[in-house]
Unconditional design. Structure first.
Lengths: 102, 228
């Protein structure tokens, strides 16, 4: 029953989104915990970035000369200096296409 | 003090650049679903019920690879458990809302809407109607995700795989964190998280995606202690 598993997956996902928002109140978090939570974006997003770049569709590490690594480096440099999301994504995508098609 | 409408508009504007990656990725998600031979209605139902980007692809790939529905569902739950961290961060700003509103707004907390609204919240703590910014970012993500996955389902095999469009996802998150690279403490936390995610990539149920943030947050706590 695929629909049934989708429902279970959806409920689990919704609960992970809702639980903390609904249950945590300001005085439950000490200043120390708030200090650590300020690092959440830096502590979570690389876990999406690194495997997306360094691991291929079959779960293996890519070669060090893979176009994806070059694209990521270009995106980091352009993103750092331009501070622009669209420029960052386009720079990475165009340099990636440039390498795989030319 | 900004009005509700101004905050909503600001949220929509702040999230809109990410559509450059969200829309192609959504199209791929829909297309992969029908390519793998799943009922188009079920593929779309996932966008509505789970509403969780990459976790939807993992779900379909596991099922088509012969995994049981329960294993696939648990994997989605584990992958998306990172939202617990987002909720903990946002709770400070959404505290005053009624429970009903909290229950409703939670549904649109996704990676990008969290990232952009959190950035805005940190700079504008005193605004009264902050949550309208989250409605702007979250609902824009929701609407675009529904349209994109639906388009992917309809286009199906017409979506070219060799374009390698999946790379837009790491790129969009690079755009989110890149400005924090100049802070040495954030840089260390990012490297720890990234390396852990590669190290634990083969952990069961894709749990690397929650294991590595936890390790990175421990390192962050350590850094904070050393700073004092």
């Amino acid at each position: 029953m695929t629909l049934y598993s989708i429902l279970v997956a959806g409920i689990l996902t919704y609960f992970s989104r809702m639980t903390m928002v609904a249950l945590v109140s300001r005085d439950m978090l000490s200043d120390r915990i708030k200090g650590v939570l300020a690092y959440v974006p830096s502590a979570v997003f690389p876990a999406i970035i690194f495997p997306g770049i360094f691991i291929n569709d079959y779960g293996n590490f890519i070669e060090m000369n893979d176009p994806k690594i070059f694209a990521a480096i270009v995106a980091v440099i352009i993103g750092y200096f331009s501070k622009n999301i669209i420029a960052t994504i386009l720079a990475g995508l165009i340099s990636y296409w440039f390498l795989i098609f030319i | 003090m900004l009005t509700k409408k101004q905050l909503l508009t600001r949220g929509i504007l702040d999230i809109s650049p990410h559509m450059l990656s969200v829309i192609p990725f959504g199209i791929i998600c829909g297309a992969i679903g029908v390519e793998l031979g799943f009922d188009p209605y079920l593929v779309y139902a996932m966008s509505f019920i789970i509403f969780g980007g990459a976790s939807q692809i993992v779900f379909l790939q596991l099922l088509s690879g012969g995994a049981s529905g329960l294993v696939a569902a648990i994997s989605v739950g584990v992958i998306n458990s990172r939202h617990l961290l987002y909720g903990a961060v946002l709770s400070e700003y959404l505290e005053k809302l009624s429970l009903i509103k909290k229950l409703f707004f939670s549904y649109v907390i996704v990676d990008q809407s969290f990232a952009e609204s959190n950035k805005f919240f940190k700079k504008n703590k005193t605004e009264k109607y902050l949550h309208y910014h989250l409605i702007g970012t979250g609902c824009t993500m929701w609407v675009c995700w529904q349209i994109a996955t639906l388009s992917g389902i309809i286009l199906g095999s017409f979506v070219p795989q060799e374009l390698g469009l999946k790379i837009v996802i790491p790129l969009t998150f690079i755009a989110i964190v890149v400005q924090d690279l100049k802070k040495i403490d954030h840089l260390i936390v990012m490297i720890v998280c990234g390396l852990s995610s590669l190290l634990f990539y083969d952990a069961p149920f894709r749990s690397y995606i929650i294991i590595s943030p936890i390790i990175a947050l421990f390192v962050a706590a350590l850094i904070l202690r050393l700073k004092k």
